[in-house]
Ligand binder design. Structure first.
Ligand SMILES: [Zn+2]
Length: 215
């Protein structure tokens, strides 16, 4: 795996440091990196001077070829979807290339996320065999039916008792809502037709725009 040098300033002592980071992982080749992504330790840097552990977000690619998904963690400076050019085949005159891109869209899920938490959630969703688009639509449905404005966000999480949505409020995480398969299936069935396989930044904003389009 290719490595890159990044610079960061320690949040505690203020000193500037350099670190080597991986540009991405292929978990079929190096499965040991999966847990380092899932506990976010791949984004932790202990300051050589004061020992403080800094959480540094840097651009990163997570590739799971067995489950056929590729997720790019992009930093806040990137505006827009990094896969757009990949799927922008409207002007494409070369039929052979267009065919490859169309084939890739069918076979692979390409996703862009902006935080390590969102990266972990996507991996958990895909590993559990769910469609992240249906999951995001479900969240909007659950939030609007609860009508509780103290809930800031719902996070998909697998548990021993089945998948749930963790509820995040101002003070942190509080309780969970079980994922109802019947609701999942009914949202999936109603929305499948209207899904655009070229959409790769799937989050709450995408989900609200999707509902607006449908209504
Ligand atoms: Zn330090």
């Amino acid at each position: 795996m290719a490595k890159r040098t990044i610079h960061y300033r320690c949040e505690q002592c203020g000193k500037l440091h350099m670190a080597q980071v991986y540009e991405g992982v292929d978990v079929a080749k190096e499965p040991q990196f999966r847990s380092r992504v899932m506990d976010a330790s791949i984004f932790d840097f202990a300051c050589p001077d004061c020992g403080y552990v800094n959480g540094i977000i840097y651009p990163f690619v997570y590739h799971d070829p067995d489950r056929r998904f590729l997720i790019r963690l992009i930093d806040q400076t990137v505006t827009g979807d990094p896969f757009t050019s990949l799927f922008d085949t409207e002007e494409e005159t070369d039929a052979a290339i267009k065919g490859v891109v169309e084939d890739m869209k069918q076979r692979y899920r390409f996703r862009a996320v902006r935080t390590p938490n969102d990266l972990m959630e996507k991996i958990a969703i895909f590993e559990a065999g769910y469609d992240d688009r249906v999951i995001e639509l479900m969240k909007i449905f659950l939030l609007s039916s609860r009508n509780d404005s103290s809930i800031l966000h719902l996070y998909f999480a697998p548990t021993d008792d089945g998948p749930v949505f963790l509820m995040e409020i101002e003070a942190g995480f509080t309780g969970s809502i079980p994922l109802e398969e019947t609701l999942y299936d009914s949202i999936a069935a109603k929305t499948q037709e209207a899904m655009n396989p070229a959409d790769t930044e799937i989050d709450s904003l995408w989900a609200s725009k999707f509902f607006d389009r449908m209504n």
